[in-house]
Design a protein around this ligand. Structure first.
Ligand code: ARG
Length: 658
């Protein structure tokens, strides 16, 4: 239970005597931005007064009169037009902190009504190398699992890997036509990845050749329009027409630039193939590779023996590859039930939907239509093939039957919004009513140029090399920091390396989790590894610095925790830090409320800031009395433990030295 929740409950009761719909007003309860106005503020009196046709101050006074918070707040204060300011009692804050000191869970009680969540995250299409786009789903999903579990909910994590799609058609085709026996024997994972990339490149080449004329035409058209507009004569004194013309010219210039860029990108791609004699020849020999790959996939799905045998042979290699990354990221799943797991349930799903009149035939295909949209959801193609949506329907049914969850969260790119809207709407019609279905969507990772993150050569960056680079740079940061220590460096190279792994990967995760998940964000090693600002590196450093005090003062923190020393909050800095420590529960509630780990990173960043204020204002090891020294050491200890616990819920480790 968080302080805010507690206060909300009390207000709900007090408001009940004034209005029969207290909820919107309860929701207006906030922590105060400025401690001048207490710790929490309720600003509903204006809105409620208006609705009741009464002066806001009267309404506020009446609510305060009914409000029963004396056990943890001083007497509430009504200010200005009717703001209710609440200040927590110092003895109460100190008491809660003392409890947190003695508690494994920092005094945070598990939720009263535990719910069961199934969380679908990461879910890469295996057989393709993982790339930067996969980091978001993986780290956001992992953090949500950890946080919901910590709060006391039951969580089933299920990695819905793509192990049955076209990418297998691609490696089957590649394996049959382009494999090197030798390379496959030595390093099957590498060889399969190479085959995937090669087939992808050839397919893209032929698609590109087909698109080229249209792009050229588009550019020519835009250029002609631009020339025409520029040549258009407008009277020099007609300011409005002049302005209009300039605006149109600018718009067309932008369109020309865009069309030219697309064309140049495509030409570069085509040239890469054409200028490499070996690739050029392969492209000529495999002119219909796109269709052939689809046929490979269809053969696999139809149960072709040899294809299935190869698929079974390849799959473990693909899994080995992704598991290596998961291990490095510290991520694990309760289940990995990929698309292939549902394959033989798909025909039944389609039949059921037809029988229940939820799906029907349209131009040979089977579709689910929605009253408020022109786009149907396709569940069986004309040629009999099933689709992504069909598999998701089967998966949904299976999950409900097996786990009976209260909610299923899908941590997936926002570009799949339409898919999930349709999936959820179809599910409702199929009678899935008692389960909450949520698309926890996220934006794109951009390069510093503001476009989706690619290497300079225009290739998608593999996740592994991304991690390596983050760790390499973290090593430099750790070394620079260590070299600059006043007493000289203290970390041998192997220790620096171990710290760099934790710091590098932590920085990468934190950079992602600290974003509002729905926004795109710019990937920057420099920013994520900065020692200042809201970064993982800063938080890890803050943790190590707090811990350092115990070493410097030769403090046996374990026994101090058991000593029952009271916490003193005599100065604003101590009280501010103490109160922020108690707000950890609030931050976790906020994460769970709409599945936003960024609520936790913001909290931790603020906590670290209040710790700095405290540390600057209050001597710890040299405090005036032994009692005060111990109280302050306990505040340091709680800060360190809260940061560590918070980072742990983000899936980030800490080090004791940096
Ligand atoms: N494999 C899919 C992709 O890479 C994501 C799957 C997400 N989960 C789901 N149940 N659809 O786009």
């Amino acid at each position: 239970m968080s302080i805010l929740r507690d206060l909300e409950d009390r207000f709900r009761q007090a408001l009940a005597s004034v209005t029969d719909d207290p909820e919107p007003y309860v929701e207006m309860l906030r922590r105060s931005q400025d401690s001048k106005f207490g710790d929490y503020q309720a600003n509903f009196a204006m809105a409620l007064g208006k609705r009741l046709g009464r002066p806001p101050r009267d309404v506020a006074a009446e609510v305060v009169d009914k409000l029963d918070v004396a056990d943890f707040c001083y007497r509430p204060d009504v200010a200005g037009p009717g703001f209710i300011n609440l200040r927590l009692r110092d003895d109460w804050v100190a008491q809660r902190l003392a409890e947190a000191v003695g508690s494994e869970r920092l005094g945070i009680a598990p939720v009263g009504a535990a719910e069961k969540f199934v969380i679908d995250y990461s879910a890469p299409n295996v057989a393709k190398p993982m790339h930067v786009g996969h980091i978001r789903s993986t780290v956001i999903g992992d953090s949500l699992c950890r946080t919901l579990r910590f709060l006391g909910h039951e969580v089933v994590s299920d990695n819905h890997i793509g192990d049955w799609g076209t990418q297998f058609g691609m490696i089957l085709y590649g394996f049959r036509h382009f494999r090197s026996e030798e390379a496959y024997r030595q390093d099957p994972v590498q060889e399969l990845a190479r085959l995937y990339r090669l087939v992808r490149q050839l397919i893209d080449y032929h698609e590109g050749c087909r698109e080229l004329p249209a792009l050229e035409q588009r550019l020519a058209e835009r250029e002609a329009q631009l020339a025409e507009k520029q040549g258009q004569s407008v009277a020099a004194d007609d300011k409005k027409a002049q302005k209009e013309k300039a605006k149109n010219v600018r718009r067309l210039e932008a369109e020309v630039a865009e069309a030219r860029e697309k064309l140049t990108d495509l030409q570069a791609k085509l040239e890469t193939v054409e200028q490499d004699p070996r690739l050029a020849q392969l492209a000529r020999e495999h002119a219909d590779i796109g269709a052939a790959v689809l046929a490979e996939t269809a053969g696999l799905h139809a149960g072709d023996e040899e294809s299935l045998r190869l698929w079974r042979e390849f799959l473990p290699f693909c899994l080995e590859e992704i598991n290596r990354l998961y291990e490095r990221l510290g991520v694990s799943f309760d289940h990995t039930l990929g698309e292939s797991f549902y394959h033989d349930q798909l025909a039944q799903v389609v039949d059921d939907l037809i029988r229940q009149n939820i799906a029907r035939e349209s131009e040979g295909a089977i579709c689910v239509f929605f009253p408020d949209s022109d786009v149907p959801m396709l569940i069986r193609k004309k040629d009999g093939a099933f689709l992504y949506a069909t598999t998701d329907l089967a998966t949904l049914q299976y999950r409900i039957k097996r786990w009976q969850p209260d909610a299923i969260l899908y941590v997936v790119d926002f570009r799949q919004s339409m898919h999930f809207e349709q999936l959820f709407a179809a599910a409702r019609r199929m009678g899935c009513e008692n389960v909450q279905l949520v698309h926890v969507k996220f934006g794109t990772v951009l390069g510093e140029d503001g476009r989706p993150f690619k290497t300079r050569a225009g290739e998608v960056v593999g996740l592994e090399s991304l991690l390596d680079e983050a760790v390499r740079r973290a090593y430099d940061v750790v070394s620079t920091n260590d070299d600059a220590k006043p007493t000289g460096p203290e970390l041998p190279p192997e220790q620096r390396q171990r710290i760099a792994e934790v710091v590098g990967i932590g920085a990468l995760k934190y950079a992602d989790l600290s974003q509002n998940r729905e926004s795109d964000y710019v990937f920057s090693y420099d920013k994520m590894l900065a020692m200042n600002g809201n970064t993982g590196t800063y938080m890890q450093y803050a943790y190590a610095r707090v811990r350092n005090i115990f070493a410097r003062g030769s403090v046996d923190i374990e026994s101090l925790r058991r000593s029952g020393t009271p916490i003193r909050l005599d100065t604003p800095a101590e009280r501010g830090l103490g109160l922020e420590l108690l707000r950890f529960a609030e931050a976790l509630d906020a994460v769970a409320a709409d599945y936003r780990p960024s609520q936790l990173t913001s909290y931790l960043f603020e906590l670290a800031g209040l710790y700095s204020t405290f540390y600057d204002a209050c001597p710890v090891l040299k405090a005036e009395s032994e009692e005060l020294r111990q109280s302050r050491l306990l505040l340091c200890d709680l800060t360190a433990r809260t940061i560590r616990q918070g980072l742990q819920l983000l899936g980030i480790e800490v080090v004791d030295k940096m």
